[in-house]
Design a protein around this ligand. Structure first.
Ligand SMILES: Cc1cc2nc3c(=O)[nH]c(=O)nc-3n(C[C@H](O)[C@H](O)[C@H](O)COP(=O)(O)O)c2cc1C
Length: 285
């Protein structure tokens, strides 16, 4: 709840609008990867039942869904690439809507958090050719993460188009909106952090440049499907999967740039008229 709604005494169980999305209550389910969609990446009966059971929440954010085959992060993860995958998601959306719920699709590009034994032997892409110094789960057990290929500017543009196409398909499948995943160490977060982004072009080297790719992706998606149906997930200083953000000034500058440029878009996820969060008992004012 926002501080405004708290001070107005509004209950968790009253309706609220999130951009263009009308929620029956203010309880939102966080995205949770379940890996139940098999090798085809098509959400089937088990996935439909999972979301149907949770449709009394105000909003469900789906598990992270891949926008292109090469961006798949997990074995059994669902995609929004093929017509069959889209039909699977349509069944999910219909099941949730039939219960009065709302559902947005989280779209995630794995970046370097994948392996050829996960994404079907395809390329592994990242802002810079730096591997995560850890192992990931694959079809053949745990294996070291490979050194990714650094995206060229033209390839970055193609990835952006994949996000846009996936968002259009999500809406066509009946989703109420999309959440772009720029958190938790995946591709868009890799661009934001100096440890994983050593680029010297317009996408790296300064806070403004590191914020640019996430901003371009969200802006393009908002233009395609309407800003009121788009949210963005970020996790500054999460320090996960070698996406390290340890310089507070850098973090504030980078995310400040991102948020300052997103604000005029009017995304679904935004603060409205709230100057600051309320001080909780025991916290310094
Ligand atoms: C099994 C599991 C799967 C998750 N999958 C996703 C995901 O697909 N996308 C995402 O943004 N976060 C994912 N998360 C992170 C959660 O959304 C959430 O941020 C995290 O569990 C911390 O929540 P908490 O602060 O309430 O403990 C996952 C977490 C868990 C435990």
């Amino acid at each position: 709840m926002t501080s405004a709604s708290i001070s107005e005494g509004k209950s968790l169980f009253t309706p609220v609008s999130l951009g263009d999305i009308e929620l029956a209550n203010r309880v939102v389910m966080a995205p949770l990867t379940r890996m139940r969609s098999g090798p085809s990446g098509v959400p089937g009966d088990l996935v439909i039942e999972h979301y149907r059971q949770r449709a009394s929440l105000g909003l469900i954010v789906t598990e992270g869904v891949y926008p292109s085959h090469e961006s798949q992060a997990f074995v059994g993860q669902p995609g929004i690439v093929t017509d069959e995958q889209m039909r699977g998601w349509r069944r999910v959306a219909e099941a949730v809507h039939a219960q009065g719920g709302r559902i947005v699709m989280q779209i995630v590009h794995a970046g370097r958090v994948t392996h050829p034994d996960v994404n079907g032997g395809r390329r592994i892409l990242a802002p810079s050719a730096i591997a995560i110094s850890d192992e990931g789960h694959t079809e053949k057990g745990k294996q070291p993460y490979p050194v990714p290929q650094a995206l060229t500017a033209a390839e970055a543009r193609a990835v952006l188009e994949d996000f846009v196409a996936a968002s259009r398909r999500a809406i066509e499948a009946g989703m109420d909106g999309v959440e772009i995943h720029a958190a938790n160490g995946y591709l868009l977060h890799e661009f934001l952090a100096p440890a994983s982004n050593r680029r010297t072009d317009r996408y790296g080297g300064t806070p403004t440049n590191r914020a640019r790719f996430a901003l371009e992706v969200v802006t393009a998606v908002a233009t395609a499907i309407g800003a009121g149906r788009v949210g963005l997930r970020i996790s500054p200083e999460r320090n996960i999967k070698d996406v390290l953000e340890r310089d507070r000034d850098e973090v504030l500058a980078t995310y400040g740039q991102l948020l300052d440029h997103l604000r005029p878009l009017g995304l679904a996820y935004r603060r409205r008229g709230v100057q600051r969060l309320p001080v909780l008992p025991g916290e310094p004012a």
